[in-house]
Design a protein around this ligand. Structure first.
Ligand SMILES: [Zn+2]
Length: 458
């Protein structure tokens, strides 16, 4: 990545009240206790960060430029906040309207590493949004977290912007009958009296919205064992035991999806993959780092949701490993994931990718043409048209580049930006390098920037 291609990682234009570009987080260590009955969450977050204006100095690392940090903010919903410590010393803070503003005893020089410790407790509730509740959600008997895009502060203090990726150590103590699923590797599980503490490590850089928790009465099913010699990661499922027969059929081909997508996109980016079927209906499944969460309504014994199984798995490469600098670029996540659905369909003898593209084109032709794919605006960022046109744009790009160049381009994109942060401008510059005729500027203007639907390339 050349310096001029470094994406801006400042405040998100769609969510200007989320995140703080004046520092970067390297690691979160959360030690939490959750009681499902009263829906009570209590614990602490220890955050290791570096002071510095990441917007101006990101090419050379945080702290390359900038004033000392006199104050900074974490995003945290309505909890009772106890002590807040910076580098081990109690500090002044205010907590209002989802912002925990912290004033260190002494300004932190640009480039200085520091730690923040926040002790908090309360009844976690979803963050309200135009898409409904986001983040921590109490279930009939348990809880789950689905934060995209701005629900993470519903359960832990964070620098809530997708570009600020960090590693995580998460410890959750809850009554022993419950199973706890968090993305990453389970390090230990220890039972004392009637409670069990589950400790997970997520060693890959992770955006705050992709950190998940599921707590429920789940049966654990190992779908594929790890085989490091063959480069194979373990795949595990957690589901209500009564759904096992339907689940076994519906998710039966996921273990084949993994090598298929690896042949298309390159090596799987994380150490494991888990799917959770929460004991509740969910509008849509949702991806998290190394995990996808489905609802009971996605399991019916007829594979009717298999395209979503493919979609969520594809997000591990596109969205979770290769992450967007801010939410304007959401089509990069959803366009790739949609196109992965079509590739999978063709691979298993269903409708071809070209067939799906034709259907999507017909569908979009009949809908209003007011969505700019590369900057849809907050209101339309999860509009169905963004998904369809995103997949369609991938297919049109494949037609423009030819199969060999297109698939090489995708593989290289996933490899170059593995565990990184990207923007649409970087993608168009990258794809342009694979065009035999030189520039793709006209192509991208039409497909990404003009709302009107271009003709379907044959
Ligand atoms: Zn998606």
């Amino acid at each position: 990545m050349s310096p001029k291609q470094v994406p801006a990682v400042g405040v998100d234009p769609y969510f200007p009240t989320h995140g703080d570009a004046r520092y970067r987080v390297h690691r979160y260590e959360l030690v939490l206790d959750y009681r499902p009955g009263p829906n009570r969450l209590a614990g602490s977050a220890r955050i290791s960060a570096v002071a510095g204006t990441s917007g101006a100095g990101s090419a050379a690392g945080p702290g390359a430029a900038g004033e000392p940090l006199r104050e900074f903010a974490l995003d945290l919903a309505e909890f009772r906040v106890g002590r807040v410590l910076v580098d081990g010393k109690a500090v002044h803070y205010t907590h209002r309207a989802g912002k925990l503003r912290i004033r260190p005893a002494k300004p932190l020089p640009a480039g200085a590493a520091f730690t923040v410790e926040v002790h908090y407790s309360g009844n976690p509730r979803p963050v309200r949004s135009q898409w409904g509740g986001l983040g921590w959600e109490e279930l009939t008997d348990g809880a789950l977290v689905a934060s995209q895009p701005v629900g993470a502060p519903s359960w832990y203090p964070c620098n809530d912007r997708p570009a600020d990726k960090a590693t995580y150590l998460i410890s959750i103590t809850t009554p022993s009958p419950y199973t706890v699923v968090v993305g990453g590797r389970l390090l230990t599980r220890t039972t004392h009296a009637s409670s069990t503490t589950w400790v997970f490590e997520q060693a890959a850089p992770t955006s705050s919205y992709l950190v998940t928790v599921s707590i429920g009465h789940y049966q654990t099913v190992l779908l594929t064992e790890a085989d490091p010699a063959a480069g194979r990661v373990p795949q595990t499922a957690y589901l209500p035991a009564r759904l096992l027969p339907e689940f076994t059929y519906d998710f039966g081909r996921q273990t084949r999806m993994m090598p298929f997508f690896e042949s298309m996109f390159g090596r799987y980016p994380f150490g494991e993959y888990a799917v959770v079927v929460a004991d509740e209906e969910l509008d849509v499944p949702v991806e998290a780092q190394g995990v996808a969460t489905f609802g009971t309504n996605h399991v019916d014994g007829t594979r009717s949701s298999e395209r979503l199984v493919a979609h969520e798995l594809a997000h591990q490469w596109f969205g979770n490993s290769v992450s967007i600098a801010d939410w304007r670029h959401i089509w990069l996540n959803e366009g790739f994931a949609k196109y992965a659905e079509w590739l999978w369909s063709e691979h298993v003898g269903g409708r071809t990718a070209a067939g799906h593209a034709a259907v999507a084109h017909t569908l979009l032709s009949g809908l209003s043409q007011d969505l700019r794919l590369a900057d849809p605006g907050k209101k339309l960022m999860f509009d169905d048209r963004l998904y369809e046109r995103g997949g369609l744009t991938m297919h049109a790009l494949r037609r423009a580049l030819g199969d060999a160049a297109f698939f090489q381009m995708i593989k290289d994109w996933a490899a170059i930006h593995r565990h990184g942060v990207v923007s649409t401008a970087e993608f168009t510059a990258h794809a342009g390098q694979y065009a035999a005729g030189g520039s793709l500027d006209g192509f991208f203007d039409a497909w990404l920037w003009e709302p009107g639907l271009p003709a379907l390339p044959l």
